[in-house]
Design a protein around this ligand. Structure first.
Ligand SMILES: *[C@@H]1O[C@H](CO)[C@@H](O)[C@H](O)[C@H]1NC(C)=O
Ligand SMILES: *[C@@H]1O[C@H](CO)[C@@H](O)[C@H](O)[C@H]1NC(C)=O
Ligand SMILES: *[C@@H]1O[C@H](CO)[C@@H](O)[C@H](O)[C@H]1NC(C)=O
Ligand SMILES: *[C@@H]1O[C@H](CO)[C@@H](O)[C@H](O)[C@H]1NC(C)=O
Ligand SMILES: *[C@@H]1O[C@H](CO)[C@@H](O)[C@H](O)[C@H]1NC(C)=O
Ligand SMILES: *[C@@H]1O[C@H](CO)[C@@H](O)[C@H](O)[C@H]1NC(C)=O
Length: 579
């Protein structure tokens, strides 16, 4: 290794080697490998730069192929460097904040595919032949086959195909197939080597005239493909998979009930189910998708680079969040918690919530008001992107008043009261484990308007036993329905003597519909100011109606002096002391 002896200044040598590798043909990139070894032996820098590619302008076929390769590179043991794709500006921001890599050396996508298929040390075993135009509807299934066979999906004529082995010919095997056939075939052949499931809409749009057969007008979002491939998830999309009486429903039911798969229960469904968009997306929380009620969701469609961020070991010991003081209850005050919603959605965590969090930090630093704020944050980040979680926690310490609680409905976006007892027990103990790891004691929880009675009588009191989950912020589905289980003046219920369930009160922002969920900041402040003194309550803020951090600040500015914006521990203590 001549590099070792020739280089005196390690960092300089390292940078030169990487630069050389990037500019020369990919076969020369073993130069970077030797530099990496050198760096490793010397102990600094700890990790070498991942292979970074820019996919923002790639065509859809190339994007899918490259995302498969990113997933293969990021598999355990496949490559010590890993690979990272830049799709939007925020991807570069995360790379800079977490890895300290600014202005990364970019590999060309063509070189990257060459490296993936031909090496040195190729991570793909060959290619999967398909026709994107003709088989667009089957792209979710094609990704599954790519994941289990380590095959790069390519069309005839693509430059990367030259000299590669063909491992699967979808033009032949899937000829004439609909998603139902391809899903069934893929399940029968390969489900036993997949580790979980994900749903990826290949591009259907909602249609009033063809509700059962919507038109395929868009492209699939390839963002999550790298993670699907890395983890060998069973990816599919059946538009009618949650509609009883259809063949798709029968197939999906068979798949998620089959005991021969290694899929955990309740099943955490990656991606997103946006079939049947009625009253929101009817099946997005998954628990209502089949009669077994054995699924929940991790909303993550389109989120790139999770294969890269999940290379880090999952969080195994409790994180530390700001101390949430809970002094004695004062009956002359009104206590109100403000919960920032939608933190279950990994795409939000990647983009908009990151912006809100930085905006909030700036407001606190500039003394514009630093009241306690409760951020929902997905516990799936514990394994999907531990460093994103650390980024949020690290950046909460300066304000001292940013807190984290679990998003709906705990471990997964799901409806726990719908689940059968064994499923529910797993779900609840997973939620308790998440609380410990995230160092929190509260969660948002969603139920359908007709399952609250069960939830209140039979489900949530069970959290009292371990007393890890002590506060629950209820949200009703659909949000415009009243929850008759709470009286008009009742703001919470104490369950099992220890668990406080706060009555739903959602704020979607000041400029949306219906008016009941969309008061102006002043109207909402007036409502809270008017609560009888001694009230303990919460507001769940979402952005789907246009609500934003500025609206929260406007609302808080209009609160009377006796109203105390409170952290989750204080709310629970106040409710328990008030009785
Ligand atoms: C994430 O993935 C996208 C698309 O694959 C890529 O363009 C981007 O650079 C990646 N980087 C980060 C930090 O997310
Ligand atoms: C894909 O199939 C279409 C017909 O559906 C055909 O026109 C096109 O040439 C095929 N593309 C490739 C790359 O083979
Ligand atoms: C998975 O199932 C297929 C089809 O039944 C079978 O050929 C294969 O041996 C199984 N693989 C494993 C790892 O069980
Ligand atoms: C979080 O802070 C710790 C301690 O300062 C630091 O070691 C770590 O790199 C930070 N992580 C992230 C993702 O910001
Ligand atoms: C958070 O961590 C601190 C320090 O370990 C611990 O004292 C506290 O009980 C934890 N709180 C919760 C809610 O887990
Ligand atoms: C209780 O709250 C009221 C209203 O904010 C305040 O005037 C009073 O001083 C508080 N009492 C105590 C003991 O803090």
């Amino acid at each position: 290794m001549p590099v070792r002896t020739a280089c005196v200044a390690l960092a300089l040598c390292y940078a030169t080697a990487l630069l050389g590798a990037a500019n020369a043909s990919p076969r020369l990139s073993n130069l970077a490998v030797s530099a990496e070894n050198l760096a490793f032996t010397a102990g600094t820098p700890q990790t070498s730069q991942p292979i970074v590619i820019d996919l923002s302008t790639a065509d859809v076929v190339t994007k899918l192929a490259a995302q498969v390769c990113v997933g293969l590179f990021n598999r355990d043991g496949a490559s010590s460097r890993g690979a990272y794709a830049l799709i939007e500006a925020v991807d570069a921001d995360w790379l800079a904040d977490i890895e300290g890599i600014r202005d990364p050396t970019l590999h060309s996508v063509a070189d990257f595919l060459e490296l993936c298929l031909h090496g040195p040390n190729p991570v793909a075993r060959g290619f999967l032949r398909y026709n994107y135009t003709a088989q667009k509807e089957l792209v979710p299934n094609i990704i599954t086959v790519a994941a289990v066979l380590d095959a790069v999906p390519l069309e005839d004529g693509h430059p990367a195909i030259t000299g590669a082995n063909i491992l699967f010919d979808a033009n032949v095997v899937f000829a004439g197939f609909k998603p139902l056939d391809a899903t069934s075939y893929t399940f029968n052949q390969y489900a036993n080597i997949t580790t979980g499931i994900s749903k990826m809409n290949p591009g259907y749009s909602k249609s009033k005239t063809h509700p059962f057969n919507p038109p395929l007008t868009r492209d699939a979002n390839s963002g999550l493909v790298d993670y699907i491939v890395k983890e060998r998830l069973f990816n599919f999309f059946l538009w009618n998979g949650c509609i009883p009486g259809t063949e798709e429903y029968v197939l999906q039911k068979r798949m998620v009930s089959d005991p021969s798969t290694a899929w955990k229960k309740p099943l955490d469904v990656m991606g997103y189910d946006d079939s049947w968009p009625i009253a929101g997306d009817l099946f997005e929380a998954e628990t209502d998708c089949n009669k077994e009620h054995n699924m929940g969701q991790i909303a993550s469609n389109g989120v790139p680079n999770l294969s890269f961020f999940s290379r880090k070991a999952k969080v195994g010991s409790p994180m530390l969040q700001n101390i949430a003081p809970a002094p004695g209850y004062n009956k002359s005050k009104t206590y109100i918690g403000i919960v920032v919603g939608d933190g279950d959605n990994i795409a939000f965590i990647r983009t908009s919530r990151r912006r809100w969090f930085m905006d909030r930090a700036a407001r606190c630093a500039a003394n514009q008001g630093c009241f306690p704020l409760l951020w929902t944050i997905s516990p799936a980040l514990l394994h999907l992107a531990p460093d994103w979680l650390r980024w949020y926690y690290n950046n909460s310490y300066a304000s001292k008043h940013d807190y984290f609680v679990l998003p709906p409905s705990g471990d997964l976006y799901a409806y726990p009261a719908m689940m059968p007892e064994d499923m529910q027990a797993n779900f609840m103990s997973n939620t308790e484990r998440d609380c410990v790891l995230l160092n929190t004691s509260a969660s948002v929880t969603w139920e359908w308007f007709d399952t609250w009675s069960t939830a209140i009588k039979h489900v949530y009191p069970k959290y009292a036993k371990q007393n890890t989950v002590r506060g629950l912020f209820a949200v009703n589905v659909p949000y415009m329905f009243p929850v008759l289980n709470f009286g008009p003046k009742e703001h919470y219920k104490i369950l099992g003597g220890k668990v406080v369930l706060f009555k739903p009160r959602e704020w979607r922002g000041p400029a949306c519909t219906p008016k009941s969920a969309c008061p102006t900041a002043h109207e909402l402040a007036a409502e809270i100011n008017g609560y009888p003194k001694g009230t303990v309550s919460h507001i769940y803020v979402t952005s789907d109606g246009g609500g934003n951090l500025g609206d929260i600040y406007d609302m808080v500015a209009a609160l009377d002096e006796h109203v105390e914006v409170s952290n989750h521990e204080m709310l629970v203590q106040a409710a328990l002391q008030r009785g």
